[in-house]
Design a protein around this ligand. Structure first.
Ligand SMILES: Cc1cc2nc3c(=O)[nH]c(=O)nc-3n(C[C@H](O)[C@H](O)[C@H](O)COP(=O)(O)OP(=O)(O)OC[C@H]3O[C@@H](n4cnc5c(N)ncnc54)[C@H](O)[C@@H]3O)c2cc1C
Length: 528
C-alpha cells in the first residue's frame, strides 16, 4: 500500500525541516525524509540574518532559537578584518547588519546550525500533518501529470517502499540526487579551492582577541591568499572556535600542520585543543532551474557556494518561505501553476547575484586591493586605502536587499528585475520586503500581518478596501485587513493601500485601485 502526502520533502537538513514546519503550519500533509537521526556537531550556518529571524518568529520558534544560542546574550555578532595576521596594527571592525536593523522586525542572531536544527526538529514534532521520517533515505523518484513517486528505505536498504505526493521538494544538499534525477544542470564558477575546517578550544586565542572590541568572527587577509580568507569564528565564549582557511590542493589531513596554520593566522603561538579537522571544497554552483514539473529544489541543492558572508542557510530558508506558501496555495486551490513557476523566476536571479556580486566579487576585490596596496611598498598610500575600506565593508549590508521587482506575479516597476541588489527603504514598493512601521495599537505592522494576503489600508477609501476583500473572498484567497491612520510613521509607506503576500513581500501599492480588484488578485496568485 502506498502512502500519499500533499508534499514530500527529500532531505531533513535545516532547509527541509524548515519547509516541513512552514507547510505544517498551513495544514499541508507532508513527509520529510532524512537519514540522520542525530545532528552533526559541525558549527556551520551560524550567522542568521534579521530576515531569517523573522521567519522563526512567524513559525513561533524565535524565543526557542534565542534560548538555544551558545554565545552570551548581547555579545557582538559582527566581523573584524585584520591585515596580515590578528596581531596586526591594521584592522577594522565596522558596523555590520545593525546598519539595516530598522528595516526588519527582528534582531539578527548567532547559533550553530545543529542548535537551529534541534529547535526546528522539536517544532516539527508538534505538527500533526507532518511526518518527519528520520533514519530513511530517498532513492528513485519519478513523476507523471498527477503525482510524484519516491522509493524510500532504511539506510541499509531494508523496509523499502514507495510514497507518493502531489509535489516533491529536494532539500537534499549540494550533492542533491533529486536535482540529478530530474536532470537539472548547474552552472559552476571556474575557481575551486581546498579549505581546512578546524573546530577547537583555545582560551589563549580568546586572550589574544582581548586587544579588539568584542566580535564573533575575525577575518585575516593578506596578498598571498589571493582574496581568500583565514577565518576564525566563535562558537561559544570564551574558548569555542572554528577556523577555515585555504590550503594547498594536495594537502593530507594526517600530515597537515593545522596548528601551524592557525598560529600563522593569529601571528602568535596559541594552544588549541582540536575537536574536529576536515577539508572541504569551496565552489560556486547554481542550478539552472529550480523546478521540473511537480518537483522543486531548494537550499544547497539549488545553490552551493563558500560560506563567505553567511548566505547559504539564510538563502535556503528564504527559498522555502517563498515556495512554501505557493505550494500551499496551489494545494488549497487558490494558487495557479504560474505561481509555482514564479519560485524559480524570483529566487534563482537573487542567488545568482549573491554568488557573483556578494561572494565572488568580494574575493576578487580583496585580491585586487591586496595586490595594489602594500604597507611594505608605500605605507602612507596603504593606510589611506585601508581606512577607506572600512565604510565600503559596511555598505554591502545596505546594498543586499533581495527583491522581485521583475516577478511575473507582482506589479513591480516597468523593466524591473529580480535581484539581490536593492536599496533598503520604508516606502512600500511592489517586489520588496515590507519594512515594519508602528501601528496605533503599539504593534509593528510586520508582526500584525496574517498568514495569507494582508491589505494595509491607511486612511484609504473604504470602497477600494471592500472591493479587494470581496474579490479575495470570491477567489478563496485568505485575506486580512489592517486599517490605520496615515500618520505617526505610517505615512513613510507613501501609499494608502499596500497589498502584502504571505511571505511579507509587497505585491502592489497605490493611492487607489488602478484596475479591477479581481484582476489584481488573480495576477498575484498566478491565475491570470
Ligand atoms: C564551514 C561552514 C560554515 C557555514 N556558515 C554559514 C553561515 O554563517 N550562514 C549561512 O547562512 N550558511 C552557512 N553555511 C552554509 C550552510 O551550512 C548550508 O547552506 C546549509 O547547511 C544548507 O542547508 P540544506 O538543508 O539546504 O542542506 P544540508 O544541510 O546539506 O542538508 C541536506 C540534508 O539532505 C539529506 N539527504 C541527502 N541525500 C538524501 C537522500 N537521498 N534522502 C534523504 N535525505 C537526504 C542529508 O542527510 C542532509 O541532512 C556554512 C557552511 C559551512 C561548510
Amino acid at each position: 500500500m502506498s502512502e500519499h502526502f500533499q508534499v514530500v520533502v527529500v532531505g531533513g537538513g535545516p532547509v527541509g525541516v524548515g519547509l516541513g514546519v512552514a507547510l505544517g503550519l498551513r495544514g499541508i500533509s507532508c513527509a520529510v525524509i532524512e537519514p540522520r537521526s542525530t545532528l552533526s556537531r559541525i558549527p556551520k550556518g551560524q550567522n542568521l540574518t534579521q530576515r531569517t529571524m523573522e521567519h522563526f518568529a512567524r513559525w513561533g520558534v524565535v524565543e526557542e532559537m534565542r534560548e538555544a544560542r551558545l554565545m552570551p546574550k548581547g555579545y557582538a555578532i559582527g566581523e573584524l578584518t585584520a591585515y596580515g595576521n590578528l596581531m596586526s596594527e591594521y584592522w577594522h571592525a565596522p558596523a555590520g547588519r545593525e546598519l539595516v536593523r530598522s528595516f526588519y522586525s527582528q534582531d539578527n542572531e548567532r547559533l550553530p546550525q545543529y542548535q537551529t536544527e534541534m529547535v526546528l526538529r522539536k517544532k516539527i514534532e508538534e505538527l500533526k500533518s507532518v511526518n518527519l521520517m528520520l533514519g530513511h533515505v530517498a532513492g528513485t523518484i519519478s513523476q507523471d501529470a498527477n503525482k510524484v513517486s519516491v522509493e524510500i528505505s532504511r539506510e541499509d536498504g531494508s523496509e523499502q517502499r514507495i510514497i507518493t505526493g502531489d509535489y516533491l521538494v529536494g532539500c537534499d544538499g549540494a550533492r542533491s540526487s533529486v536535482r540529478d534525477q530530474i536532470g537539472i544542470a548547474r552552472t559552476t564558477q571556474d575557481y575551486e579551492q581546498t579549505m581546512l575546517l578546524a573546530v577547537f578550544r583555545s582560551s589563549d586565542l580568546d586572550e589574544k582577541m582581548k586587544r579588539f572590541p568584542d566580535r564573533s568572527t575575525y577575518r585575516v587577509i593578506r596578498p598571498e591568499l589571493e582574496g581568500y580568507w583565514q577565518f576564525f569564528g566563535r562558537i561559544d565564549v570564551p574558548d569555542g572556535w572554528f577556523f577555515h582557511a585555504p590550503v594547498p590542493p594536495d594537502s593530507k589531513l594526517e600530515t597537515f600542520d593545522s596548528l601551524g596554520l592557525i598560529q600563522q593566522a593569529v601571528g602568535h603561538p596559541v594552544a588549541c585543543d582540536f575537536e574536529h579537522l576536515s577539508f572541504w571544497q569551496m565552489r560556486v554552483a547554481v542550478a539552472n532551474e529550480y523546478q521540473r514539473g511537480r518537483i522543486f529544489i531548494a537550499g544547497d541543492a539549488a545553490h552551493a557556494h563558500p560560506p563567505y558572508g553567511g548566505f547559504g542557510l539564510n538563502n535556503g530558508l528564504e527559498d522555502i518561505v517563498n515556495l512554501g506558501w505557493k505550494l500551499a496555495a496551489r494545494v488549497h486551490g487558490w494558487g495557479g501553476d504560474k505561481l509555482l513557476e514564479s519560485y524559480s523566476d524570483e529566487r534563482r536571479p537573487v542567488f545568482w547575484d549573491t554568488a557573483n556580486d556578494f561572494i565572488t566579487s568580494r574575493i576578487k576585490r580583496d585580491a585586487e586591493f591586496l595586490h595594489r596596496y602594500n604597507p611594505e611598498r608605500d605605507r602612507a598610500e596603504f593606510e589611506a586605502a585601508w581606512k577607506g575600506r572600512e565604510t565600503d565593508i559596511g555598505s554591502r549590508f545596505q546594498q543586499y536587499e533581495p527583491n522581485y521587482e521583475g516577478s511575473p506575479v507582482m506589479f513591480g516597476p516597468p523593466g524591473g528585475k529580480n535581484s539581490a541588489h536593492g536599496v533598503h527603504q520604508v516606502k512600500a514598493r511592489a517586489g520588496h520586503h515590507l519594512a515594519p512601521v508602528p501601528l496605533s495599537n503599539g504593534q509593528l505592522s510586520f508582526d500584525a500581518l496574517g498568514q495569507g494576503f494582508t491589505l494595509i489600508a491607511l486612511d484609504a477609501d473604504e470602497a477600494h478596501v471592500k472591493a479587494l476583500a470581496d474579490a479575495a473572498q470570491a477567489l478563496n484567497i485568505p485575506f486580512d485587513i489592517l486599517r490605520d491612520t496615515r500618520t505617526d510613521g505610517r505615512e513613510a509607506y507613501e501609499a494608502a493601500l499596500v497589498l502584502v503576500r504571505p511571505d511579507q513581500y509587497v505585491v502592489w501599492s497605490g493611492e487607489a485601485l488602478d484596475r479591477p480588484a479581481a484582476e489584481l488578485l488573480r495576477h498575484c496568485v498566478g491565475l491570470a
